[in-house]
Design a protein around this ligand. Structure first.
Ligand code: F3S
Length: 104
């Protein structure tokens, strides 16, 4: 499965939503996650993210993000249509420590 990682937080560009063929994205207030039960591992979303926030969950060191995606995928509603990102999205791109800003 692919996973959404920290740099999505407060960027939330949502380009990934338009690419996913199986509608596996789920929406929190400040980021999206991927439902691991639906993801078919096609990888189309990875290069579509302008924030470079999507990774293969098989990469080493991403265990916490694999767990976070799975956890919130069961709590957050699905998002199947891309909307415009927030006006300040670019200002958050690349900032460290954004996990502390995650609003579940
Ligand atoms: Fe987040 Fe990138 Fe999608 S910033 S909402 S994973 S396009």
């Amino acid at each position: 499965t692919y996973v959404v990682t920290e740099n999505c937080i407060r960027c939330k560009y949502m380009d990934c939503v338009a690419e996913c063929p199986v509608d596996c994205f789920r929406e929190g207030e400040t980021m999206l996650v991927i439902d691991p039960l639906l993801c078919i591992d096609c990888g189309i979303c990875e290069p579509a993210c302008p924030a470079d926030a999507i990774r293969s969950g098989a990469e080493s060191g991403l265990e916490a993000w694999v767990e976070l995606n799975a956890r919130y995928a069961h709590l957050w509603p699905e998002i199947t249509v891309r909307r415009e990102p927030a006006a300040d999205a670019r200002q958050w791109d690349g900032r460290p420590g954004k996990l502390a800003l995650l609003s579940p």
